[in-house]
Design a protein around this ligand. Structure first.
Ligand code: FAD
Length: 503
């Protein structure tokens, strides 16, 4: 097959890939982005790009015949999941032993399906996780650059206090206050001006229509509207969709050679393509990038990759749980899907937890307070290559999840005691499961900065090979991760364009 040559290739179009594409394009470097998901810009028969959460169809999930929503049940009834047709839908749930990982698929990666919470970590914790990175420079230059490019904004506090759509958050705030716990507003990339118009009835509802994990039709500043739109605007960036990079090797002239499978919407491989490039940027996310490199090392296509590739993976301590409120503490039938507040107990060194107050929009009053707790779980796992099946496996154990659960439980036992409330037992499938300990939204690590790469994301053992995504983050960042991933990618690109690509 003919080899298609580009000066630069970017694998994946999530946060890390989008930043790389924009900065390469602006530097005048012709760049090809390869994305395994589809471009989400055409409407279905319902006139919408994304399907609704309450009646999901094939657009919801990546090649599934039934949806796999994080909340499996309600009152033990399997009301939440629906049969669908197999299709390259926008949300994937990747199953490993004892842990499954939610990721976005499509042009924009996780930005298409996530809650939009745009949180900058505590500087001291960032410095603890990234001891070799200049934190002053990050907080002075790259975090502000990332926030401004991502379109981060905050909910108007007066509107927040008065709207029915955030009653659920105010009720959780009150319960936290009763336990002496601090809550804090968190910024978001969803356009809050748009949300207020939704509430006023002057704009088509999206966050106020339950839309989030299967995509937002309006209001969300996903990467296809920010970084990637700007990247295409440089005239130097091209995106190929439904192309999954399967392997990477290096030719004798030092260029990288990629093999990619192009699929159709049934998932059938319709073409296997060969690409080559001088500069290769990996933005396939913690799972995508790590899998590609573990396989490359173990099959000998990039044999000089070091032992840091595949190591240092964590869940950001994710645990989800629900509490049952008293009958007078209503959460409202109407709930916005964009979280705007968290319980911030990270400073509690005995048990650091940051718990996002999550929505559960069901269209009726259910008295449930839902939380996504981010705990300071120190457990890490490694990926390994199974040569008989060719699969890359994750060695995460149930005992490692139990550490997150133990930390979340300490905080919420305290909160329940102060309010004389209890956990909900009916939300996560099997009877009496209180903590969802078997999935994460925040896969981090696998190719940790300073270990698998140098301190700027240059892969050790190879020149002109870079990582710009969540695989650099050492398993935990204490808050929702995409602002950190974006800011680190900005830092890498500034350095690489200044030092590595000069003629
Ligand atoms: P990704 O965004 O995952 O992008 C990787 C891209 O590469 C994907 O598009 C993928 O399809 C593609 N790809 C992978 N492998 C290949 C390959 N071999 N060939 C071609 N393409 C490939 N974070 C927050 O900060 N705030 C939130 O509110 C928040 N909420 C979330 C809610 C949900 C439901 C989920 C799933 C995640 C949430 N996150 C949130 C996490 C956040 O979305 C991720 O941390 C972020 O998207 C990771 O960015 P990334 O650049 O590392 O990779």
């Amino acid at each position: 097959a003919a080899v298609d040559n580009s000066p630069a290739i970017v694998v994946g179009s999530g946060y890390g890939g989008a930043v790389a594409a924009l900065r390469l394009g602006q530097a005048g470097i012709r760049t090809l982005v390869l994305e395994m998901g589809r471009l989400w810009n055409t409407t279905g028969s319902d006139g919408k790009v994304f399907c609704s959460t309450s009646a999901p169809d094939q657009r919801s999930m990546w090649f599934r015949t039934r949806t796999e929503a994080p909340l499996a049940t309600f009152l033990w009834l399997d009301l939440v999941n629906k049969d669908i047709g197999a299709y390259p839908g926008v949300l994937d749930r990747v199953h490993y032993d004892n842990m499954s990982v939610y990721v976005g698929r499509g042009v924009g990666g996780g930005s298409l399906v996530n809650g939009g919470m745009a949180v900058t970590p505590l500087k001291s914790y960032f410095a603890e996780q990234f001891p070799t990175v200049d934190a002053d420079e990050m907080y002075g230059t790259y975090f502000p650059r990332a926030r401004s490019m991502l379109g981060v904004n905050t909910v108007d506090p007066a509107w927040f206090e008065s709207t029915e759509w955030y009653q659920f958050t105010r009720t959780s705030r009150k319960a936290a206050a009763n336990a002496g716990l601090k809550t804090t507003f968190v910024p978001n990339v969803y356009d809050f001006g748009y949300m207020q118009r939704e509430a006023a009835g002057t704009a088509t509802k999206s966050a106020l229509a339950g839309e989030v994990i299967y995509g937002n039709n309006y209001g969300k500043r996903s990467l296809d509207k920010t970084y990637l739109a700007a990247a295409l605007g440089t005239g130097n960036v091209t995106i190929h969709t439904l192309e999954k990079v399967r392997s990477v090797t290096r030719a004798s002239d030092g260029s990288y050679v990629l093999t990619a499978d192009r699929i159709d919407t049934t998932g059938k491989v319709v073409e296997t393509k060969q690409y080559s490039c001088t500069y290769l940027f990996l933005g396939g996310g913690s799972l995508g990038t790590t899998e590609l490199l573990v396989r490359a090392r173990e099959t000998g296509t990039l044999p000089a990759l070091n032992a840091g590739v595949g190591a240092g993976w964590g869940t950001n301590g994710n645990t989800m749980l629900g509490r049952a409120n008293h009958i007078w503490d209503t959460v409202g039938a109407n709930q916005a899907t964009m979280p705007v507040m968290g319980i911030d107990d990270w400073a509690n060194t005995a048990n650091p937890v940051f718990a996002e107050i999550a929505p559960l929009p069901m269209g009726f009053e259910h008295w449930i307070s839902l939380y996504l707790a981010i705990t300071k779980n120190p457990e890490r796992a490694s990926f390994s290559y199974d040569s008989s099946s060719g699969a890359v496996k994750l060695g995460w154990t149930a005992a490692q999840s139990a550490v997150s659960v133990g930390m979340a439980k300490k905080l919420f036992d305290r909160l329940n005691a102060a309010n004389a409330t209890i956990y909900r037992y009916d939300l996560f499938g099997s009877t009496s499961k209180v903590f969802a300990d078997d999935f994460t939204y925040h896969p981090l690590g696998g190719c940790v900065l300073g270990k698998a790469t140098d301190d700027y994301g240059r892969v050790k053992g190879y020149s002109r090979l870079y990582i710009t995504d969540g695989s650099l983050v050492p398993g935990s960042i204490g808050v929702n991760p995409f602002v950190t991933i974006t800011a680190l990618a900005e830092r890498t690109m500034a350095r690489v364009l200044a030092e590595d690509t000069a003629p």
